[in-house]
Design a protein around this ligand. Structure first.
Ligand SMILES: [Zn+2]
Length: 282
């Protein structure tokens, strides 16, 4: 049996870290599969990530349909079906983050500019094909309110499907992508552990910031004559993204080094004075 107290402590700290680094605002959430049941998952109740502080702030839900365990209907996230449907579809995924990070949002709405790994900490984004961009309009039925919320198993399943199926691991169903964008809403990233999914979520937003700056710089370079400054660049502003191989190998590097940023991020939220973790974060 896994120590559930330690797992919930990690989940609380994950909420704090992602808030501290502006990956989660007052919305957004992180979940983890309950390894002792494998049929349920933990996710915070209807609270902002910064104020989650103890087990009383965490709900447990069935992966099958997102319904609360023990009939606890107290204030759950409307979008918990993002988590239930992903955890149901992909047995080797144990943790999920859904974020509205502003750095990423432009890549969900600008056509023909794809979020792609531009430096080595985000190789997990992959380079085989552009990241999927889930447009909820495609999944709506006529009677659905157009509020972008993934607030039913049907909408959650439509989003989960966009992670794809890695045919090399069949019959075990693993996702092709670690990350899926959501048009006009945000993104979802998935991993095997809370620590890894926090790392992914952080570096999705980080990569978006760097990529945006590179695009702006490249566009500027394309309009400037650099010859007078002695530069030998051609001024076309081309951007060199990670190759497929660089992306794959960087993703492997990111997986084994995850303990390092996690340890530092824990220290940051412990000392910030803003967050409380009644279970301790050590
Ligand atoms: Zn949302």
């Amino acid at each position: 049996m896994v120590n559930t107290t330690a797992l919930l402590s990690t989940l609380i700290t994950a909420n704090h870290i992602l808030h501290y680094h502006n990956v989660l605002d007052a919305m957004g959430h992180v979940s983890v599969r309950n390894p002792n049941t494998n049929t349920t998952f933990f996710i915070a109740l209807q609270l902002g990530p910064a104020v989650i502080s103890g087990p009383q702030d965490i709900g447990e839900y069935l992966i099958e349909d997102g319904s609360p365990v023990n009939n606890n209907t107290q204030g759950g996230y409307a979008e918990r079906y993002i988590h239930s449907e992903i955890l149901k579809r992909y047995p080797d995924i144990n943790a999920v983050v859904h974020s509205h990070a502003e750095d990423v949002l432009p890549y969900t709405v600008v056509q023909n500019i794809h979020l792609a790994p531009i430096y080595h900490m985000a190789g997990f984004l992959g380079r085989d094909t552009p990241l999927p961009n889930f447009d909820i309009e495609d999944a709506y039925e006529p009677s659905d309110p157009r509020d972008f919320l993934v607030n039913s198993p049907r909408l959650g399943a439509a989003l989960a499907e966009r992670f794809g199926v890695n045919t090399t691991t069949l019959p075990s169903v693993s996702p092709v992508y670690t990350t899926v964008l959501q048009r006009g809403h945000g993104f979802v990233t998935v991993a095997r552990s809370v620590e890894q999914v926090v790392d992914y979520a952080y570096y999705v937003a980080s990569n978006a910031r760097v990529q945006t700056k590179a695009i702006l710089l490249a566009g500027s370079a394309g309009r400037q004559d650099c010859s007078s400054a002695g530069f030998s660049g051609n001024g076309t502003g081309d951007i060199k993204y990670l190759s497929r191989e660089e992306s794959r190998d960087s993703a492997n590097m990111n997986a084994w080094i995850v303990f390092k940023p996690w340890t530092q991020w824990v220290r940051e939220v412990e000392r910030s004075g803003l967050y409380v973790n009644e279970l301790g974060s050590g």
